[in-house]
Design a protein around this ligand. Structure first.
Ligand SMILES: C[S@@+](CC[C@H](N)C(=O)[O-])C[C@H]1O[C@@H](n2cnc3c(N)ncnc32)[C@H](O)[C@@H]1O
Length: 230
């Protein structure tokens, strides 16, 4: 049975090149079914937004879904797709336009979303799905996600990263695991473009931790405030 039939979609999915592949989406659906995330943040909107929301609607519980995109037109297309499928409810679904800006973390400049545009109304992200920004923007373009959103990633949070077979994403996952003290489990998801799954649980002793600060010029700075203990 196709994903359209399983989710009772009215229209066929147009599988463009940048969309998440079907196999990965099926994994994403499974993870939502078994983990029942309430607060969901997606970086990089599109078909994945529709699939996540349709799954949540089928499960029938209350949720907050935020999708961030740096491309206003693309975000508008996502919105129309959601409206066409009857699942654009502004009480539950927030589409956030956030242009790309420079972010400095540990002396390295990244191109990432202008995170002051994010306005989350919760304290913990249950599921963070990272499929943006575009990997071609800079080296390790998706790396800042863990720094900027780290304060929302707590015990019970889960991060799913797409395109994890790329060299950059492999490095990103290694850095996230090394630098975040409460990353307790890291799984590789074997699909054509690959995925990574990180779970947040107990504090560990031997990882470095960094904090990002926003100064007066809207530049982001990160300071390591505990060194590896062994
Ligand atoms: C990998 S895509 C996100 C795909 C999305 N999660 C999906 O499943 O459809 C990352 C970003 O690339 C940009 N993008 C996607 N498709 C594009 C296209 N055809 N042309 C230009 N930019 C595109 C959008 O800003 C999007 O957020």
């Amino acid at each position: 049975m196709s994903i359209e039939q399983q989710l009772n979609l009215k229209f066929p999915i147009y599988w463009n090149d940048s969309a998440v592949e079907e196999k990965y989406l099926i994994y994403l659906i499974y993870k939502i079914i078994v983990n029942r995330p309430i607060n969901i943040v997606e970086l990089g909107s599109g078909i994945s937004s529709l699939v996540i929301i349709k799954t949540l609607e089928k499960l029938g519980y209350s949720y907050n879904f935020f999708s961030v995109d740096s491309d206003a037109l693309f975000l508008e297309e996502t919105k129309k797709m959601l409206i066409s499928e009857g699942v654009y409810d502004e009480k539950k679904v927030k589409l956030i336009f956030s242009p790309i800006t420079d972010i400095t973390i540990d002396g390295n400049i990244y191109k990432w979303y202008r995170w002051s545009d994010f306005n989350f109304n919760f304290e913990r992200i249950d599921l963070l799905f990272v499929d943006g920004p575009q990997g071609s923007l800079c080296k390790n373009a998706r790396y800042p996600a863990m720094h900027i959103l780290g304060k929302y990633l707590k015990k019970g949070s889960m991060v799913l990263l797409h395109d994890a077979k790329r060299e950059d994403e492999t490095e990103i996952v290694e850095s996230w695991e090394r630098e975040n003290l409460i990353v307790s489990r890291v799984y590789k998801i074997e699909t054509e473009r690959g995925g990574a799954e990180l779970h947040f649980d107990k504090p560990r002793q031997n990882h470095e931790k960094a904090t990002v600060f926003l100064d007066e010029d809207n530049q982001y700075k990160s300071e390591k405030h505990n060194k590896a203990k062994n």
